[in-house]
Ligand binder design. Sequence first.
Ligand code: MG
Ligand code: MG
Length: 266
Amino acid sequence: MIYLKTREEIEIMRESALLVSRTLAMIAPLVRPGVTPLHLDKLAEEFIRDNGGVPAFKGYKGHGNVPNFPATLCISINEAVVHGIPTNKPLKEGDIASIDCGVKKNGFYGDHAYTFAVGQIKPEVQKLLDVTKESLYKGIEQMISGNRIGDISAAIQKHAEAHGYGIVRELIGHGLGKHLHEDPEVPNYGKPGDGPKIKEGMVLAIEPMINMGKKNVKSLPDGWTIVTQDGLPSAHFEHDVAVVDGKPEILSNYELIEQALALVNF
Ligand code: MG
Ligand code: MG
């Protein structure tokens, strides 16, 4: 069941998405060698609660005998793709950290992610980050009324595979609203013209997870962290996007994050 949103609901969702953006922008200058993921997580939780939201991932139900997710942020380092549990192991120069954050505010969810460079990273790793973010925008461009979900998926796949990267199959984007994960599913691979039709009021979390090497992934024994099988790095960028007047409108905001990064890096 796909729940289409009214203009009013989309405005409420923009607030939720922007609370995630502001949270990521707040921690962005601190994502540097020596900081611990647990410290970032604590700051993020305080910031979200101070701004009238509730962390959406904390307590997210585990499957089988996997415990519920214990943190506000998913922090996935290097070969970790997504769902990394924040630890007290400091980040080091040359790492990449994919940070995914979810909030619930006014009954609606925001869910978006950014992959940060920790200090100086290798040019080939920077290229992975750049291409993954580009592939997200290529997908968003296809989120037009009358297109189909497969048009988004195929655009992401085409761009990432043109650079020889592997596209994770097991984890995908999704509808977003009063639930963190709604229909439709939004894979990062597929065929143009396939899947549900894109309609006015649809809100999606589009989130390519792109591996420098092969597409294959596995779970760590903690039951949450997904890593690449070949141990090569993986990047993750996610935006919340609504169809407004037939066209994609990005509710989340990378400029806030990148302005915060520019201030410390100039
Ligand atoms: Mg997310
Ligand atoms: Mg998501």
